[in-house]
Design a protein around this ligand. Structure first.
Ligand code: IPM
Ligand code: MG
Length: 367
């Protein structure tokens, strides 16, 4: 098979971390014998500088013609003065919307060897945790009507939160299906004590739940969920939530794993096509210093291999390689802990490749 991947490195640390994920894709190409054609496209601030727009037509059509998209990160102080609708962040929002990627999967797993890097107390995280945030990605307040106007009290700005039954039903199904393949429990997070959209969310989730009698469903208010995540993250399996709540809770969950730099994500739309990106931003303060953690991007490449290229074994190997590299004590600056060895972005990528190559040799030489 030949696969086509659109690579959008973007801004800040994006190009540095994506370069390490690309090494992993090249490894997968060799390991599986399939061909992977990577084509780079501009997005975000880099695209604004080069062609005056955050998502050039060529980038969008390149993504549409590919089997999937590997995305870095966008944004930075250089473009902060642009009006909201022209900011680099619009690149990823428009891609999600145009490519109809309504389901965002954000797995947060604390490897026991990383427990020392988690800001949580040892007794809370000593057994690790493994949860999956299923975030609605093309609706809600991100895409509702927005604007600002002059009033007698000065400027008034608004963003409308809105959800339809159909939007809720399809994201709920994704979450229930994920729960079937995991530990069978689903926590639906909303603010149904205040918001009308949340009351609809809760009602539709309950309807979909009837199709999945084997799944234990719990509803939780978002303020409580934010608190429960730090009190006992081990209680969660699948978390289903709206666009805005998912954005916030995934940053919180990520740092509990030891560093925001570790978390991958997959944005899907009901087919094998997907967009894969670390959940972290462009981190302009450390860009170009070989200091960023590439593991979020590398683990995103693992999700890409699994969901878009059906290379399950290669995906598992990449995840196992990351585990081994962490167990060996290699850390980038964001996850340093006493006794660990600090390395840069490129070296972390190299360590993952080294672990992968060792694994292959072992598999090949097994009698
Ligand atoms: C994320 C990011 C984006 C979001 C930004 C860059 C628009 O924070 O993927 O979590 O809010 O969805
Ligand atoms: Mg975010």
């Amino acid at each position: 098979m030949t696969y086509k991947i659109a690579v959008l490195p973007g801004d800040g640390v994006g190009p540095e971390v994506v370069a390490q994920a690309v090494k992993v894709l090249r490894w997968a190409e060799k390991a599986t014998g399939h061909r992977i054609i990577l084509t780079e496209y501009d997005a975000g601030g880099a695209a604004i500088d080069r062609s005056g727009t955050y998502l050039p037509e060529k980038t969008l059509s390149g993504c549409i013609e590919s089997d999937c998209v590997l995305f870095g990160s966008v944004g930075g102080p250089k473009w902060d003065m642009l009006p909201g609708g022209q900011r680099p962040e619009q690149a990823v929002l428009k891609l999600r919307k145009e490519l109809k990627l309504y389901a965002n999967l954000r797995p947060a797993r604390l490897y026991p060897e990383m427990a020392g890097s988690s800001p949580l107390r040892q007794e809370i995280v000593e057994n690790g945790f493994d949860l999956l945030i299923v975030r609605e990605l093309t609706g809600g307040i991100y895409f509702g009507e927005k604007g600002s106007e002059q009033t007698a009290e000065g400027v008034r700005a608004y963003d409308v939160e809105q959800y339809s039954e159909a939007e809720i039903r399809r994201i709920a199904r994704v979450a229930f299906e994920a729960a079937v393949g995991r530990r069978g429990t689903l926590t639906s997070v909303d603010k149904a004590n205040v918001l009308e959209t949340s009351r609809l969310f809760r009602r539709i989730v309950d309807c979909v739940a009837e199709e999945y009698p084997q799944i234990a469903v719990k509803h939780m208010y978002v303020d409580n969920a934010a608190m429960q995540l730090v009190r006992n993250p081990g209680q969660f399996d699948v978390i289903l939530t709206s666009n805005l709540f998912g954005d916030i809770l995934s940053d919180e969950a990520s740092v509990l794993t030891g560093s925001i730099g570790m978390l991958p994500s997959a944005s899907m739309g009901g087919s094998a096509f997907g967009l894969y990106e670390p959940i972290h931003g462009s981190a302009p303060d450390i860009a170009g210093q070989d200091a960023a953690n590439p593991l979020g991007s590398i683990l995103s490449a693992a999700m890409l291999l699994r969901f878009s290229l059906s290379m399950d074994e290669a995906a598992e190997a990449v995840e196992e390689a990351v585990r081994q590299v962490l167990a060996l004590g290699w850390r980038t600056a964001d996850m340093m802990q006493p006794g660990a060895d600090r390395i840069g972005t490129q070296e972390m990528g190299e360590q993952v490749i080294r672990a992968l190559n060792k694994m292959i040799r072992r598999t090949v030489s097994r009698p």
